[in-house]
Design a protein around this ligand. Structure first.
Ligand SMILES: [Ca+2]
Ligand SMILES: [Ca+2]
Length: 196
């Protein structure tokens, strides 16, 4: 009997050890993306001194729904997006969550890319989310140059008039309307030194 109890205790310890601190995608949250009908990562080119826009609010939780403190969270762009996208800072959008498993990632990037798994969000080596779209106000139909100017506005205005969502859909609802224009406006005249 004593032996049996010892064995059960070991099993419990092993079970707990395997799950605690291991991020569980279902219980983790990524906002605003989790609320989008067609989830996508939104970037805005901006320098270090500018107030950040296009923030992702991430809470990493384990299998029990408990926060994973100090989880290392990374955002990885698919190499297929290397040319269409530009980024403003290296290393790009990663860091350690706080004691509540919470981290805010500022997506300082331009361009537009559609590809399978264009973005992967990784926490402690576990893939939390995949996204097939990266959009930003910096899109004039060509590669992002990490500067939002008149050429980008012309493309956005065309999309708004034609109703072609795609790269102009900043809110991930499959449509282009005033809400997306607010997103575009937040990026207006923003720029940074682009890297790829
Ligand atoms: Ca541009
Ligand atoms: Ca939209």
């Amino acid at each position: 009997m004593k032996h049996w109890i010892w064995g059960a205790g070991m099993l419990l310890m092993i079970g707990t050890g395997a799950s605690a601190d291991l991020p569980e995608p279902v219980y983790s949250t990524v906002l605003p993306q989790d609320d989008m009908q067609f989830p996508r990562v939104v970037g805005v080119p901006s320098g270090e001194e500018e107030s950040p826009h296009a923030t992702m609010y991430i809470t990493v939780r384990d299998f029990y729904g408990n926060p994973v403190p100090n989880a290392f969270v990374e955002l990885i762009f698919n190499t297929l997006c290397r040319d269409p996208l530009c980024t403003c800072n290296e290393p790009f959008a990663n860091g350690y969550a706080d004691e509540n498993g919470y981290i805010e990632l500022n997506i300082k990037a331009g361009g537009c890319c559609e590809a399978q798994d264009a973005v992967t969000i990784i926490a402690n080596g576990i893939n939390l989310r995949y996204y097939d779209w990266v959009v930003s106000p910096d899109h004039n139909g060509e590669e992002g140059d990490c500067a939002v100017d008149l050429a980008d506005f012309a493309t956005f205005a065309n999309a708004m008039m034609s109703g072609m969502a795609g790269c102009a859909d900043m809110t991930g609802d499959g449509a282009v309307n005033l809400a997306d224009f607010v997103g575009f406006r937040d990026g207006w005249m923003r720029e940074c030194d682009p890297s790829r």
